[in-house]
Design a protein around this ligand. Structure first.
Ligand code: HAM
Length: 430
């Protein structure tokens, strides 16, 4: 029994799972760069106030789920529950508003929310986050949605549902909220206790309620898309026009409201089947008011974040093929003290020549060879004392089992040749 266990809601990503993660990181970064996004890294912790202000005091992410604490200098610090607020802070603080527009940024890394853990929901999780800053055009909304689509296409995902809505802006949303509250007050006894509270404190979230008894009231609730102001209406129409012209399938979902307060106009999520209740593999939208709210210049912006753990779950449930991680091709085994010292010298020579290599660190010759095989070595060098006395070492091709003797002072050249032959043979076979 281990004396310590990992904190609730965290995960160890073991070596056998790393190929999924490395592949995923490579795919998202490659596609993002091909769209003209540049990487930005922001701190894992920020001043608590940044998130409280940016995401909204009444959101679950801030009110219930934030890892907030005082540091030793008595500062209020919080682990980031998401990237957007930190990216906007960095944009303002580093004067990035003078960069040519649009500014397209992506990040990957951990985020933290004190949620009740279940499949696909963790307290430490990872996001791929992308933002486009500085342009009002719906082309930016389209661009981030296309980026999400391309990531899922590249991974070969099936059965994804794109959910799209507009949540209006400070001009039209208050009118909608009043209409929604009027509707709920007329049916207040029919809805759950949470919604009786939400309709006052965080009204849009009533639309998100999963309780059976609330469904009829939601179904007859006024729809925001019918109450958008001209600006929000035309923005939404133009975006849908592009999506339709491209034949991209999406569902208009008037219940999609998102959990963070900064959204204006477009909001979207992508849902995946078969990964349990936590089906949103990404979520995002436009947030034109956030930069100003955080003390910066007014900056229209739109973005989204992908939950990496959920993507790995979909990769596994849908059997997505992933490339194996490369292993060092050379493995050195040795027998006896003199041979071991010689093998160590060879090891460093081989590595200096740019060839990946590792050396057996214990065990009989048989055990060392078995280990070489398990580690997926292409070539094993066997350094034995008798052979060494004759100035030779044995080079074994692990695939064919063929062995040749090579001069001990010519091992690197022999290996280089062997490598190019076997990679040539592989290319020819493909
Ligand atoms: P979000 O919807 O809160 O949006 O999170 C985005 C994605 O992160 C979710 O769809 C989900 O896949 C994943 N996620 C969230 N919480 C957890 C959790 N506890 N465990 C595992 N995965 C989780 C945002 O974070 C916004 N900042 C997105 C954005 C960027 N909007 C504009 N720009």
């Amino acid at each position: 029994m281990a004396q310590y266990s990992r904190p609730k809601g965290t995960q160890d990503i073991l070596p056998e799972d790393q190929p999924y993660w490395e592949y995923l990181y490579a795919v998202v970064a490659e596609i993002a760069r091909s769209y003209g996004f540049e990487r930005i890294d922001v701190p894992i912790f920020e001043m608590t106030e940044l998130f409280a202000r940016g995401l909204g005091e009444a959101t679950d992410a801030v009110e219930k789920e934030m890892y907030a604490f005082k540091d030793k200098g008595d500062r209020d610090i919080a682990l980031r529950p998401e990237f957007t607020a930190g990216v906007i802070r960095a944009y303002i603080e580093n004067g990035m508003q003078v960069y040519p527009k649009p500014v397209k940024l992506y990040s990957t890394g951990p985020a933290f929310r004190y949620e009740e853990p279940q499949a696909g929901r963790y307290r430490q999780f990872h996001q791929f986050n992308a933002e486009i800053l500085g342009v009002q055009s719906p082309l930016a909304d389209l661009e981030v949605m296309l980026l999400a689509w391309d990531i899922y296409d590249r991974l070969g995902f099936k059965g994804l549902a794109f959910q799209l809505n507009s949540t209006g802006c400070p001009e039209c949303r208050p009118g909608y909220i009043t209409a929604l509250q009027d509707h709920y007050h007329a049916h207040i006894d029919e809805v759950c206790e949470d919604c009786q509270r939400r309709i006052v404190q965080n009204p849009l979230r009533v639309l998100d309620c999963k309780q059976q008894r609330c469904q009829p009231v939601i179904a007859t609730a006024p729809k925001i898309t019918a109450m958008l102001c001209e600006d929000c209406e035309s923005h939404f129409r133009e975006l849908r026009g592009y999506l339709d012209a491209l034949g991209k399938p999406y569902t208009l979902n008037f219940r999609l409201v998102r959990g963070l307060d900064y959204y204006t106009k477009t909001v979207f999520e992508v849902w995946a089947e078969g990964i349990g209740a936590q089906a949103a593999v990404c979520g995002g939208g436009r947030y034109d008011g956030l930069a100003k709210l955080l003390g910066g210049p007014p900056t229209p912006a739109v973005g989204f974040a992908v939950g990496m753990e959920r993507i790995v779950m979909v990769m596994k449930t849908q059997g997505v093929e992933i490339p194996k991680l490369p292993q060092p091709p050379v493995y050195l085994v040795h027998l006896g003290d003199v041979a071991r010292t010689h093998a160590v010298r060879l090891l460093t020579d081989i590595r200096e020549a740019g060839i990946g290599a590792q050396i057996a660190m214990s065990g009989s010759l048989r055990a060392q060879l078995r280990h070489a095989h398990r580690r997926g070595a292409r070539v094993t060098l066997i350094v034995g004392e008798d052979e060494l006395a004759r100035g030779e070492v044995t080079l074994r091709d692990m695939e064919s089992g063929e062995q040749v003797m090579v001069p001990a002072d010519n091992v690197v050249a022999a290996l280089a040749q062997q490598m190019s032959e076997s990679s040539g043979a592989k290319t020819a076979a493909n």
